[in-house]
Design a protein around this ligand. Sequence first.
Ligand code: FBP
Length: 559
Amino acid sequence: MTKLSPLQIERLKYQPKLPMSLQNGVNSLELVEGSATQSVRDQEQIKNLFANTYGKPTVTFKSTSSSSSSDVRNVGVILSGGQAPGGHNVIAGLYDSLKNANPANKLYGFLGGPSGIIEGKYVEFDDEFINAYRNTGGFDIIGSGRTKLETEEQFQKSLAVCKSLGISAVVIIGGDDSNTNAALLAEWFVKNNAGIQVIGCPKTIDGDLKNEQIEISFGFDTATKTYAELIGNIQRDANSAKKYWHFIKIMGRSASHVALEAALQTQPNITLISEEVEAKKMSLSSIIDYMTDIIVKRSNNGKSFGIAVVPEGLIEFIPEMGSMISNLNDIMASLESDSSFVSASASEKFSIVESKLSSENAKVYASLPALIKTQLLADRDPHGNVQVSKIETEKLLIEMISARLSQLKSEGKFSGKFSAQSHFFGYEGRCAFPSNFDADYCYSLGYNAFALINFGLTGYLSSVRNLTQPADEWIAGGIPLTMMMNMEKRHGEMKPVIQKALVRLDGPVFKRLQDNREDWAMNDRYLFPGAIQYFGPSSVCDITTTTLQLERSKTLASV
Ligand code: FBP
């Protein structure tokens, strides 16, 4: 038997909370239909592409005093994409709900992400299996992967595997892309009379799978609290030694929600927000100006230290960089399989790429340090995009600011010291023990997913709302996946995709930063959130993120 840590032992005993409507199990539920829906944009195109699943109503559940019986069902579950704290609890909630409805029901877990359903690699869960993973972080219960489920051949294979196991419903736990694929699979199954339902669950630490209906994706709460703990610790260190500037890049892919939330929890001296950089068309040079200015002013005040938080996706939002990277993505799509390019030396690769980029973009590329040029040539993700987690923007900024300060020194405009440390926080937060919020939210999402299945729904995203209130008052239901879709360009073609939510510059969360950042830049207002607490006063253990509170709370004054 594997040895467990004391926290693991205690967390396994935690009983996650459910919305009141789900507390009597899925056999005591009434389905309440809202009105018919339409996609967020491009209604005609999305309707044509999803002829069988488009326009369905939103639904919510109400608990009833009567109890019905439910047919035996076999369900398959897939973890898709990057890890996010709470994934195990989605599966535990799904399992408990399905067994509560009918003990003869079976839950299969497909191994290694979406490829598991295509290749027929699976496990069947039982109590002992599930119990070992309750309230733990990670996706290691069945593993995850980034295979995209989108081709006719993959759908055919998935159908054959489901038929062989008697599976009549599949739950896909994923982000915007995985849930786009869930919508495609749902539509394909209906069109082909497969008799298999598909339900999605909103996962991603990035917090960019949210909209009017989905208040937040799971994992954001725990991941941001983990990064905030680390930033707080570094702030104490910086404030103690008073000799380093710490440049901290925070994961989150394109959107800056994670960096913004971590910044609101810790109040660092500088926080860059990619969406603002893009909106203000800030060049790399103007970002360096902005940061250097703060560094010089602090130094003049006797503070040769500070904290700068940088969102992972920043580089793509700097106009000249974004244009160069998009040009480079197209070029790399053809060069990646070109053996002479693959075997070329680094400097040869730089020359080949520069000769293929437009002259403006070639100049931008050529101006970058070799380290960044090399990282920009690394493998693309399955969508053909550069993997921003592999680009060390924090080091690029340090290098450019150092050069700018040397220049100022030579002109007699700076006499202080600048010594920098770089950090990248991402993987540290994706598999943390889920906070109480994520443990409860995920368990509810999974439990609710089976309620949607039990009512015969397909092409829906499991939805649990009213999240700033106690779990009892959460509202469980479902949102048609097509409702969140629009048409976007992918690999040069227009495709139906779930719309990604970026930071809204007119929203209350960004405004909170905007109103305070001048003060935070010069006066050290550091906050030290400390580690996530699982046991203790509710005011510490059950708080949600500032983002969720500002976006959803009616009593903003208290946030
Ligand atoms: P998902 O969108 O799949 O949830 O993944 C999010 C993320 O953690 C991003 O923040 C990050 O850019 C990316 O995954 C890193 O991917 P990988 O795990 O493949 O390195």
